[in-house]
Design a protein around this ligand. Structure first.
Ligand code: F0G
Length: 462
């Protein structure tokens, strides 16, 4: 075994200076933002762990690629580079660019879902489920029960419980299931991978019931790295080989290339079926742009083609996951309750355990994210009851088992010292946890409420 540390396989060529703020400034900023970290101004942030989406550091090669942009309305050479990278590394024959992942989700949902359909998936993702609902479908969670347990150390918490698929088909029939949607490195479960063994079983199930298998491949390379590290039989395979094998088991994919592939903007829908491709091309021109740019600039497609290749390198992925694990280890050493095993893109704090005095109806994860910002200028994200939203049919609040704060690590951006500061800050918040108050909505958007919702503190005598 390679005993060397996970040190980065790159060096820093340019830096972005950060503004340092005072406690008073941060208290004012979080109030002005309605206790929602999405509404903070980026310049008021010291370490931004809101997301890993669109915030990675591009390589010098990707920046050079930007200069090679062919900004033709139709048939840009960069589109062909991107399409070729998708088929070489991800196996899909046809690619339709979109402005980001949700653009691809919209098109796919509109094509495949009819009113009254059910779409099973290994846990929901916010935009994915919403597009399924808008198209008339209903999301059904078929992930294994362990995924909902922050203390379970199952190595593949992204796995599907096949018996849940069987139950669904027995209840509604296969003709009401247009496809099974499988995410690699399941975001809402804490960045947890699916095993290839399980994915093959899902493939067999889909073949048996003649149901399509769609892949949300936003973090497929991170998933592949975990397979290499944990799944028997894959230790000698490269991340690149495993990524290809995962993709080749599925029929179509939606991609937010702002994550794994390290571009600031972009996504695509990819598939092997020509008929599906033709229908996607018809819709992409309505919502995104011509089928050879779909909302992306030529230069961004070039950076994406290069980013795809960089994202599947073993040494890149080892440092990427190594840094996330490092933060997890610092927190664990300080007895902070975190979701285990550590995720691929983030460490998730268990807000219920950190703030046991705040009931879930007062959004402990939202309150914890706000408190962490006030403590140190670190921005994180709520992934609990606020994100889960309301049941589209009954209007009732979902109360998910996981009430988490996500410390999401952008790719190739922060240093080990930033991770140390982050861990120290979480510990300080925990030490004065009883000072943190619950929150209630003062403004609740109807859809995706976590983005723009506003809150105020609940006073104990309320
Ligand atoms: N699927 C997954 C698993 C995602 O994590 C995201 C975005 C999307 C689809 C949608 O892609 O943002 O390009 O439209 N996740 C970001 C996050 C926003 O912070 O987790 P998009």
């Amino acid at each position: 075994m390679d005993k060397r540390s996970w040190a980065e396989p790159y060096k820093i060529k340019m830096v972005e200076l950060l503004k340092m703020t005072t406690l008073q400034e941060r208290k004012a900023a979080i109030r002005a933002a309605g206790f929602n970290t999405f509404l903070l101004k980026s310049e008021d942030i010291y370490i931004d762990l809101l997301t890993d989406s669109g915030v990675g550091a591009m390589s010098d090669r990707q920046w050079a690629g930007l200069m090679m942009g062919d900004e033709a309305y139709a048939g840009s050479r960069n589109f062909y580079h991107m399409r070729d990278a998708v088929s070489e590394y991800y196996s899909y024959q046809y690619t339709v660019p979109t402005h980001q992942g949700r653009g691809a989700e919209n098109i796919l949902s509109q094509i495949l879902i009819s009113e009254g359909d059910y779409v099973p998936g290994n846990m929901y993702f916010t935009t994915t489920r919403l597009h399924q609902e808008i198209a008339g479908g209903q999301f059904v969670d078929v992930i294994i029960d362990e995924a909902h347990d922050p203390d379970s150390t199952h190595p593949f918490k992204g796995n599907v419980d096949i018996s849940k698929l069987d139950q669904l088909v027995a209840k509604v029939g296969a003709d009401k299931i247009p496809y099974v949607c499988i995410a690699t490195c399941v975001n809402m479960a804490g960045g947890q991978p699916i095993s290839l063994h399980n994915l093959k079983a899902v493939r067999d199930w889909c073949d048996q019931h003649q149901v399509l298998l769609v892949h949300d491949m936003t973090r497929v390379a991170e998933n592949a790295y975990f397979i290499q590290q944990r799944e028997p039989g894959y230790q000698d395979k490269t991340v690149k080989e495993i990524v290809y094998e995962i993709c080749a088991l599925t029929d179509a994919a939606t991609m937010s290339s702002k994550k794994d592939a390290m571009v600031n903007i972009g996504g695509f829908l990819a598939m092997n079926d020509e008929g599906l491709y033709e229908r996607a091309c018809e819709l992409v021109v309505v919502y995104e742009g011509l089928h050879t740019y779909g909302g992306m600039a030529g230069r961004d497609m070039e950076a994406l083609a290069i980013g795809i290749k960089e994202s599947v390198q073993d040494n890149h992925m080892r440092a990427r996951i190594g840094q996330v694990e490092y933060l997890g280890q610092q927190l664990e050493a300080a007895s902070v309750p975190v979701v285990k095993p550590f995720g691929g893109h983030a460490i998730f704090l268990n807000a219920r355990a950190i703030l046991p005095h705040i009931p879930q109806s007062q959004f402990p994860a939202q309150a914890l994210a706000a408190a962490l910002y006030v403590e140190s200028g670190i921005r994180s994200m709520e992934r609990g009851a606020v994100s889960a939203g309301r049941n589209a049919k009954t209007g009732e609040n979902f109360m998910p088992k996981l009430e988490l704060v996500r410390l999401t690590i952008p790719r190739r951006v922060y240093t080990q010292a930033h991770m140390d500061v982050t861990a120290e800050s979480v510990v300080r918040v925990m030490q004065s946890a009883d000072q943190v108050k619950g929150l209630r909505f003062t403004y609740e958007p109807k859809m995706l409420r976590f983005f723009m919702g506003r809150f105020t503190e609940v006073d104990t005598d309320d």
